[in-house]
Design a protein around this ligand. Structure first.
Ligand SMILES: [Zn+2]
Length: 422
């Protein structure tokens, strides 16, 4: 009986793998497009297709079961209409749409989706969440894999190295760390910084027990000048992906709109998540779900920034704070349930962490000492004091505290690792 069971398992896993091999080659097709609009409207415009040498994602979990993020794309077999691949994500453009500037002008951002290289013609469908949090189809593009306009250039070739080697990228979470603001002479520092940051990740409880499921790669992307831009201080540095403080005029928000260079550099290794390590000691960083994360390399709180921002970019966690100054207006609609796994408006709390709340804990939960170390529903989160609730009194997603992810955030991270490590 045991042998039969093992044989059955073997057949099932062979079949699952066969489904990847039926439809895809083990390399990446990258579709670049432009996303433009203002606070009320947006549109998509095709840019280019690029073949990249590695596929870092799972070959089993091809359909996104989380559907986190403001956007979703599906890769559909043109002949059979079967959905072969899907992936949720968010973007800097979507954040910008909630700023004051978006009320007065239009802007254009470069964005990218990547999927395993299809064997046959596929239709890529782009979806966006509407105000009720349902998906609206906004754009589609048909990809013929034999099209000779698919670029095969390796646009930025860099030396790479392994920071943590857990094994086959198909069954691991793969994080690529890109050097930003490091000159050729500083590449040794970059390598040491990568080791230090891997240390921060694996000192964090939930990642510590998953060290064997996480590959970390370093890419030696060389900048002409050391450091990064501080527009508010008049400092400008010539760097490889053009990261900058003062994104949306918030000093600590360290981001870049240079999407194409980021992707060109990341393509040097198999990856699921992009981390941009910025060579500065000034406090700052950023992270957007399935987009990228950034972190200052040498700040005294770099360990916290690194894991907090990765919480956004990797696990789709929302900010649990509400007192800091941000540039966002009405980021969360109070009449729908937010998609982030660690925030709720109590509109549809059953979909969130309700099963983790003790029957004796009141919902909403008063902010009193007796509930400090309990999962509850505490008012204040997602940049507002009223109407958005968080699961714990304090958490790495709320305060500048390293290695204090609350049980709900930890569980969300673990579920995401499991998804990639299959
Ligand atoms: Zn949390």
């Amino acid at each position: 009986m045991k042998t039969l069971f093992i044989n059955l398992l073997f057949v099932v896993s062979l079949n699952l793998h066969a489904s990847f091999d039926d439809h895809f080659l083990s390399k990446t097709l990258r579709l670049d497009y432009y996303h433009l609009g203002n606070n009320l409207e947006d549109s998509y415009s095709f840019d280019e297709l690029i073949e990249e040498p590695f596929w870092g994602g799972s070959k089993v979990n091809l359909i996104d079961t989380f559907e986190y993020g403001s956007y979703l794309f599906k890769v559909i077999d043109k002949e059979t209409s079967e959905v072969l691949y899907s992936h949720g994500y968010s973007s800097l453009f979507q954040e910008w749409q909630t700023t004051l500037e978006a009320k007065s002008i239009y802007r254009t951002y470069s964005e990218t989706v990547v999927f395993p290289f299809p064997k046959k013609t596929v239709v890529v469908e782009f979806y966006k969440r509407n105000k009720k949090n349902n998906w609206d189809k906004r754009f589609e593009y048909t990809v013929d894999p034999t099209n000779y306009f698919i670029s095969k250039e390796m646009k930025i070739k860099c030396d790479t190295f392994k920071v943590n080697n857990a094994g086959d990228p198909a069954t691991k979470l793969d994080i690529v760390i890109i050097a930003e603001g490091y000159t050729a002479a500083e590449m040794e520092k970059f390598q040491k910084d990568c080791q230090r940051f891997a240390g921060y990740l694996f000192k964090t409880s939930v990642y510590k027990k998953n060290k064997n499921n996480i590959n970390i790669w370093g890419v030696k992307s060389i900048s002409a000048e050391s450091g990064t831009d501080f527009p508010g201080l008049g400092t400008w540095k010539k760097t490889i992906v053009n990261a900058s403080f003062y994104t949306f005029d918030t000093e600590r928000y360290l981001m870049t709109t240079d999407n194409k260079n980021i992707r060109n550099i990341a393509a040097n290794v198999p990856y699921d998540q992009i981390y941009i390590l910025v060579n500065t000691d000034h406090y700052g960083g950023g992270g957007i779900y399935n987009f990228y994360s950034t972190c200052a390399s040498d700040n005294s709180n770099s360990d916290f920034i690194f894991t907090h921002e990765f919480g956004h970019a990797f696990a789709g966690l929302g900010d649990e704070y509400y007192s800091s100054e941000t540039s966002y207006n009405d980021f969360y609609s109070l009449d729908v349930e937010p998609w982030e796994p660690n925030l709720t408006t109590l509109i549809d709390f059953g979909k969130k962490w309700k099963t983790m709340v003790d029957k004796t804990t009141p919902i909403p939960t008063p902010i009193r000492k007796e509930f400090y170390n309990k999962v509850g529903v505490f008012e204040g989160g997602g940049y507002v004091a009223k109407g958005v609730y968080r699961p714990y009194n304090d958490c790495t997603m709320k305060s500048v505290k390293f290695n204090e992810f609350c049980p709900v955030c930890s569980q969300a991270i673990q579920k995401m690792i499991d998804f990639y490590a299959k």
